[in-house]
Design a protein around this ligand. Structure first.
Ligand code: DHE
Length: 515
């Protein structure tokens, strides 16, 4: 345990002498999302270690006015300016004790379900490649859908506040699900049963599974680590402290599998570095076989002797909050949350090669790509502007900016669909879903299936015939659309459904899905 010099209780005493009781205000207004001990829950941990860029007046402004593109509400009407100032100071006070969260502590949380017995074959008759999961955030459950009949095969409880895409094993049998408070759950789709859970971090971002399906990487905010788990039994393989070359600890923005490279790629949120972590112990060097001839001399390869989980650092100009890869995983397109520009990093040569004008907080993590007039293009929504940017990934120019009815979160398409779907998540038109032609780049239809209700996130069935849309409300629904006629065919009641994930589209890295 790390002991701190300034105790939170002495700050509470000082603040209450001045008429404010930040600990009480925290308990009443913040704890339900950020955790009783400020170690995170639905919202991030609120301690100096994770507040990083949020010092001084900035933090007060967020408490007062909320935070764009997040679930953080505004408290200016409930708390006076003095109470907000005291609360901001309280949040920047180190905890009396921050628990260590290394191999030992993580291992102690491992729980394997004693009622689980693996089935020899699926206990259902559905197409195993067309199983689709719906994350229901309203009551923290996942529904397992037959992607042909839309029958709910099972509905199971998840850890609190699942975030990011669940990751399937390469054969589509198991799925791994992560919550913001660091729990990772393993579920067996054949047996329709939970296998177990482990708390890999205290406040986590997302997970990635290795190409061979043997390892799971958990990107953490708190502690500032990358946890590597064995997918077989959820045991801890390694905890990598995330520290920059200059020795400064950093949160992880996100981690993804790069299938062609047989590696994990992650970006540091507080330091200007990208890391590549090898998941093939025999690769020598990791990049041989796919690098372009002109890049050969410049490649800084991982020495084979370093083996599994060998790390390569790529130093860049600014830390990245959000990023996307080209289909061949040669390039990463990144954006810092505060900035107005995107950068292109060639992962082979390990340096920035281009810049893109991307104002309005691009949400590159939900970017998708497709072929347009013989060129590979990608599209990204913007969290602060009602715009979609279409980028040519050959010359990195912005081909077109499509105006929408408001800022959106997610894009989705399918190889066999002529359209991509873009939600409007924020503002008065949050009930809108645009359907856009991938060739003309024109909006062909604007759907408003439930006026006034937030409508978001799309997933296709395996064959691209149906598009599933979430009505993101407590008494919400998943609406099944015919992806060609754009007519509604079915409505499945769900509790605040958010992301939906089709086994086939995810394990084949369909070009219409995010990673
Ligand atoms: Fe997400 C994916 C980051 C807020 C729902 N979100 C992701 C991923 C990242 C990310 C890096 C990709 C991880 C993956 O799939 O492996 N999200 C962020 C943020 O930085 C942001 C803006 C602020 C934050 O609170 O962390 C943010 N996200 C939200 C929400 O407020 C959403 C709408 C509701 C929620 O659950 O908190 C939300 N994010 C999602 C969903 C995905 C996601 C449903 C998976 C999309 C997919 O199709 O794969």
């Amino acid at each position: 345990m790390i002991r701190r010099m300034i105790s939170a209780s002495s700050l509470v005493l000082l603040a209450s002498l001045a008429g404010a009781d930040p600990a009480q205000d925290y308990a009443e207004n913040c704890a339900s999302c950020h955790g009783d001990a400020r170690l995170g829950g639905t919202g991030p941990a609120l301690i100096p270690e994770t507040l990083g860029r949020m010092r001084g007046p900035n933090l007060e402004a967020v408490i007062a006015h909320g935070r764009a593109a997040t679930q953080m509400p505004a408290f200016a009407e409930d708390l006076s300016a003095e109470r907000i100032t005291a609360l901001a100071e309280y949040l920047q006070t180190p905890l009396d004790m921050v628990p260590d969260w290394g191999v030992e502590q993580i291992a102690e949380t491992l729980w394997l379900d004693p009622d689980y017995t693996p089935a020899d074959s699926p206990v259902w008759d559905s197409d195993p490649m067309n199983i689709t999961l719906v994350v229901e955030t309203g009551d923290h459950h996942v529904s397992v859908l037959d992607g042909d009949t839309f029958e709910v095969l099972d509905r199971f409880e998840t850890p609190f506040a699942v975030h990011g895409g669940p990751k399937f094993s390469p054969d589509g049998r198991y799925v791994f699900i992560m919550s913001r408070d660091g729990w990772v759950q393993k579920y067996d789709l054949w047996s329709l049963h939970q296998v177990g859970r482990v708390r890999a971090g205290l406040n986590s971002r997302n997970i990635a599974i290795s190409k061979d399906g043997l390892h799971l990487a958990v990107a953490n905010y708190l502690p500032m680590t990358l946890t590597l788990l064995s997918t077989a039994d959820l045991s801890v393989e390694k905890v990598m402290p995330v520290t920059s070359k200059s020795g400064v600890a950093s949160r992880v923005s996100a981690v993804y599998q790069a299938p062609q490279r047989d590696s994990f790629i992650l970006a540091l949120k507080d330091q200007p570095e990208i890391w590549e972590v090898a998941t093939d112990p025999d690769a020598d060097p990791v990049y041989e076989g796919f690098i372009h001839s002109q890049e050969k001399d410049m490649v800084e390869a991982i020495p084979s002797s370093e083996g599994l989980f060998a790390r390569r650092r790529i130093e860049i100009a600014e830390p990245l909050d959000d990023f996307f890869f080209t289909d061949d995983y040669r390039h990463l397109i990144g954006a810092s949350r505060d900035g107005a520009r995107g950068v292109v990093v060639n992962l082979n040569v390990g340096r920035e090669i281009a810049e893109l004008p991307l104002p309005g907080m691009p949400h590159l993590g939900s970017g998708i790509s497709w072929e347009l007039d013989g060129r590979r293009v990608m599209a990204t929504p913007h969290l602060k502007e009602g715009k979609l940017s279409i980028i040519d990934t050959d010359d990195w120019s912005v081909l077109k900016t499509i105006e929408t009815e408001g800022p959106g979160f997610f894009l989705r398409s399918h190889e066999d669909s002529p359209y991509f779907w873009a939600d409007v998540f924020f503002g008065p038109n949050k009930d809108v879903m645009h359907v856009i032609d991938k060739q003309s780049l024109e909006i062909v239809k604007t759907l408003r299936p439930e006026p006034g209700a937030t409508v978001a996130h799309v997933e296709f069935t395996r064959d691209g015939r149906y598009a599933l849309v979430s009505v993101w409300e407590d008494d919400g629904a998943v609406i099944v659309y015919d992806a060609a006629t754009l007519e509604e065919v079915r409505r499945l009641p769900m509790k605040k459904p958010s992301g939906k994930y089709n086994v086939w589209n995810k394990i084949t890295f369909s070009e219409g899905t995010s990673h």
